[in-house]
Design a protein around this ligand. Structure first.
Ligand SMILES: Cc1cc2nc3c(=O)[nH]c(=O)nc-3n(C[C@H](O)[C@H](O)[C@H](O)COP(=O)(O)OP(=O)(O)OC[C@H]3O[C@@H](n4cnc5c(N)ncnc54)[C@H](O)[C@@H]3O)c2cc1C
Length: 379
């Protein structure tokens, strides 16, 4: 790309959630099934080291909800500027607009790289840190997987992760832009609950997004691959069980018996959901509340506790925060990040088969593995 750190600049909605202060076991529990691979890297360079490092290069940090760490300036650009400044001062030459096309490998040993303009860089060691395939406009186009393959590495099939979900029908489109906070959601497959979360989500033209959705997407991505459809259910009143909510509905209907149905819905729902509820419930919006019968009240209760959408799939790499899959960890030495197949070839960051939840975990993986690979090369 023309400038370094394009993706870093857009992380954390432009604020860069650079790490998380969770202790190492909890940290690893936020990473996919192979998080333990990182124990060695974390023992060398972990969140406190990263925070300390940024503090010494002039970035003050703050800790927010859930242990998430941000620059105090709330500007990801400051992180990029400081890093670029630091590497340049350390004598590193950054070559922009220089895409690596091929690896130069002789007798199973890396000798350098060839750029797409044909120029060759000879090198005693090479670190592939090309990122995943998500948000390709930032430069992470998935090239690293192809390069790794040419070196004989196996690639665990890649797919978008931390990604919005698509739903069938037009309900999501009608609710586009509506943000729901403090809701419980669950996902059902063949009438069995397979996942649940509590938190915040947002409706999109094509489906649903937001923190709870991104966090569910990793697990669901694998299921959609088998062509399966799932049911997504939102509990809009998680603080009240069915019985308590029914009591509240009875009380409101009694207290406001003269209101029209569409008017009383304002007490229970965000404005944007009211027309959708009226459509789904098939109760006249003009009906006066004291005329609502118990069957209708039960229907309202059920929709408030189980607002259902059919999930049909995940969005693509263009919208995925992270790429799941990548260079097979079995072929990498966790103590050095060195390839077990090609001499003096190293890997770091998202190109590896590692991905984690949102919360600063993914950048810490990139920083820790990058640090370890760099130190190993120098050694
Ligand atoms: C919108 C968004 C928000 C995010 N927010 C957060 C967050 O707040 N916290 C968090 O922990 N994680 C976040 N992530 C994830 C995080 O940004 C990535 O996991 C992380 O950037 C991976 O770092 P990396 O160095 O491995 O790869 P990247 O940051 O993707 O960098 C790869 C680099 O390699 C270069 N490159 C690729 N191919 C070639 C080639 N052939 N030749 C030369 N150069 C090449 C690219 O141009 C790029 O500069 C976010 C991701 C996105 C998309």
């Amino acid at each position: 790309m023309k400038r370094p750190g394009r993706k870093l600049r857009i992380t954390g909605k432009g604020r860069c959630n650079l790490t998380n202060i969770a202790e190492v076991s909890e940290f690893i529990s936020h990473i996919g099934p192979d998080g333990r691979f990182l124990r060695q890297a974390f023992s060398r360079f972990f969140s406190e080291d990263l925070i300390g490092f940024f503090n010494t290069i002039g970035i003050k940090t703050v800790i927010e909800r859930g242990g998430r760490v941000f620059p105090a300036s709330e500007k990801a650009q400051d992180i990029v500027d400081c890093l670029v400044n630091w590497v340049e001062k350390s004598g590193v030459i950054i070559k922009c607009s220089s895409s690596v096309k091929n690896l130069k490998i002789e007798h199973n040993s890396i000798k350098g790289v060839e750029l797409s303009n044909g120029k060759i860089f000879n090198a005693g060691s090479v670190i592939i840190a090309t990122g995943g395939a998500s948000y390709p406009a930032t430069g992470s186009t998935g090239d690293g997987y192809r390069l790794a393959k040419t070196a004989g590495h196996t690639i665990i099939p890649i797919r978008p992760a931390l990604v919005p979900l698509e739903t069938s029908g037009n309900i999501a489109a009608k609710l586009e832009g509506l943000n729901l906070k403090n809701i419980s959601v669950s996902v059902w497959k063949d009438r069995k609950k397979i996942a649940d979360r509590f938190g915040e989500m947002v409706f999109m033209q094509y489906g649903i997004s937001g923190p709870v959705i991104l966090s569910l997407s990793r697990q669901l991505g694998e299921i959609f691959e088998n062509g399966q459809r799932l049911i997504f259910s939102i509990d809009l009143k998680p603080a009240l069980d069915y019985k308590k909510l029914d009591k509240r509905l009875i009380r409101d209907i009694n207290d406001f018996g003269n209101l029209k149905f569409r008017e009383i819905l304002r007490k229970w729902l965000p404005q944007k959901m009211i027309p959708v509820f009226i459509d789904l419930l098939k109760i006249s919006s003009e009906k006066v509340c004291h005329q609502l019968n118990s069957k209708e009240r039960k229907k309202i209760l059920l929709l408030l506790k189980e607002f259902k959408l059919e999930l049909t799939g995940i969005r693509g790499f263009d919208e995925a925060i992270i790429t799941a899959g990548g260079v097979n960890l079995k072929e990498i030495d966790p103590k050095t990040m060195k390839s077990k197949l090609v001499k003096n070839l190293y890997f770091a960051g998202e190109v590896l088969d590692l991905d984690a939840d949102t919360g600063g975990y993914n950048l810490q993986i990139a920083f820790s593995t990058g640090w370890l690979a760099g130190k190993s090369v120098v050694k």
